[in-house]
Ligand binder design. Structure first.
Ligand code: ZN
Length: 501
């Protein structure tokens, strides 16, 4: 068994290396690559994706997994080797169902589509991407069709990012959350909005970047194993457990943008940096689901980074950095400004209360597009209508409408959005568990210390990587299944205080 396990791990390591090389090309495409590199880069990434896929679905890996199955069943249910073989088997069985040609076609299509989107969005021209997006929908349906026997065509796509979740379970959960959120949004937006004018003054980019870096260093993001660069759409990427990078974007007339993007992506990166080094190069060495991943970014961005205790420590330093912009602004005014609730156009800028309404809308569009109830050509108009109903305002153009998010232009339609709301729900559930188990978590915040929180997250979530599924991690860390209650308690306490509800 030892020898076969060694053979399996070395084959999986090669697959991992090819995927990491593709991730590096992708990072470069989004940061430093000159525009002229786009076409060749798409081909290169497609070649790597095809090679990685071919190596992974090799018959030899199937045989090794078959041979190892009875042996690992003798091991403790919690053993790393047993879990590794089980996770590899699950991913192998998924991968063999997708033809290599489809993998390559998707990879080169998504690279070309991303490139078009970076031009269509600033030009506010949906027609530039319409036929490409039609092809994306077709590819997404073909991808789902590789997994016959589903209840809903979106199920296989959702399962790829949030294993075990289905369109029906997500829809039920979202309906439950929506019923709680809508009255809260109405009660808050009926009041005078917070004044966030102080955040819209002029803040030089480099000073903003430096300040964000200072905070995430204190959070525990390890710069010996990471770095931050600038992109259109902030993201985190990993080439190994020793190299987990983040990107951000800065606006000189909006302090929110760069700072909170940095805190968000650092949350994702700390999860990956916290994975047990023994899992390096194996399928266990990445976060377990998009929902759990997003819970970590939202926890550090919002629950910590937009809390009053956090700013008790950081605000005097921020004022010292920007005396002309913030010298006359009291901490409470600033705290209200960074937590302003309003009906707004852009998901990534949305406040904590309205944010999930943006996500639910996209999730429903994904279902409608995949089912064929909505055609791509009708998306801009459908977006405007739905936005009016759900958020209460209408985007005046597609740039701030259906062209705003990168997801459908860089990957399949389906499975891309539910993780954001699952992440918000889980961020509060994990934080409540951490705070209850370790009171130091809360006591440290006003002192600018995060060791107790970071330690709890590392112990209960990070170090396990994908060893446990999302439902397992949630149950182990919080003692219960995913529930919206801690999240609603969190929102009601925080925004109830801010808006005297
Ligand atoms: Zn995120």
């Amino acid at each position: 068994m030892e020898q076969k396990l060694g053979e399996l791990k070395s084959r999986l390591l090669e697959v991992n290396d090819l995927n990491s090389a593709a991730a590096l090309l992708n990072w470069d495409q989004s940061t430093y690559m000159p525009a002229g590199g786009a076409e060749a880069r798409g081909r290169q990434m497609s070649t790597l994706a095809r090679l990685a896929h071919e190596k992974f679905v090799d018959e030899e890996i199937g045989t090794l997994l078959d041979d190892l199955a009875p042996a690992v069943r003798q091991l403790d249910a919690d053993s790393d080797d047993r879990r590794l073989v089980e996770v590899a088997r699950r991913e192998f069985e998924r991968a063999v169902k997708i033809p290599s040609a489809l993998v390559a076609e998707m990879s080169s299509h998504f690279a070309a589509s991303y490139d078009l989107w970076t031009r269509a969005r600033p030009a506010n021209d949906f027609r530039v991407v319409q036929s490409t997006l039609e092809k994306t929908l077709d590819l997404s349906r073909r991808l789902a069709a590789c997994f016959p026997g589903y209840d809903h065509i979106a199920d296989p796509l959702i399962d790829m990012s949030d294993y075990g979740m289905k369109a029906a379970t997500v829809s039920t959960l979202f309906a439950e959350l929506r019923a709680e959120l809508v009255p809260l949004v109405q009660a808050i937006t009926a009041q005078t909005p917070a004044d966030d004018g102080s955040l819209k003054r002029f803040y030089p980019a480099q000073q903003q970047l430096d300040f964000g870096l200072k905070i995430i260093r204190e959070y525990g993001y390890d710069f010996e194993r990471g770095r931050q660069d600038i992109t259109h759409h902030p993201f985190m990427t990993k080439f190994s457990l020793g190299d987990v990078r983040i990107t951000t974007r800065v606006k000189e007339d909006d302090l929110n943008e760069g700072l909170f993007s940095t805190l968000h992506e650092a949350g994702h990166a700390m999860y990956e940096q916290g994975i047990d080094m023994r899992y390096e190069g194996t399928p266990l060495a990445s976060g377990t689901s998009s929902g759990v991943h997003e819970s970590q970014s939202r926890l550090w961005e919002n629950i910590v980074g937009r809390s009053r205790s956090f700013w008790e420590h950081w605000y005097p330093q921020l004022q010292a950095e920007f005396p002309q912009q913030l010298g006359d602004i009291a901490l409470d005014t600033f705290y209200r400004a960074i937590n302003k609730v309003e009906r707004s156009l852009i998901r990534t800028d949305a406040d904590e209360v309205t944010y999930n309404l943006h996500v639910m809308m996209r999730f429903d569009f994904e279902l409608a597009l995949l089912e064929g109830r909505l055609a791509i050509k009708d998306l801009p108009e459908a977006w405007r209508e739905r936005f009016k109903t759900d958020i209460g305002i209408t985007p005046s153009d597609d740039k701030d409408g259906c062209l705003q998010d990168v997801h459908w232009f860089a990957g399949p339609i389906g499975g891309a959005f539910q993780g954001y709301t699952l992440g918000n729900i889980l961020s509060a559930q994990f934080y409540e568990a951490a705070r209850t188990a370790t009171p130091a978590v809360e006591l440290e915040l006003p002192r600018g210390q995060y060791g107790a929180l970071h330690g709890w997250l590392r112990e209960h979530i990070y170090r396990h990587g994908s060893k446990y599924t999302a439902p397992e991690i949630v149950a182990r860390a919080t003692g219960q299944a995913l529930t919206i209650e801690p999240y609603m308690r969190y929102l009601r306490t925080k925004f109830g205080g801010l808006y005297q509800l």
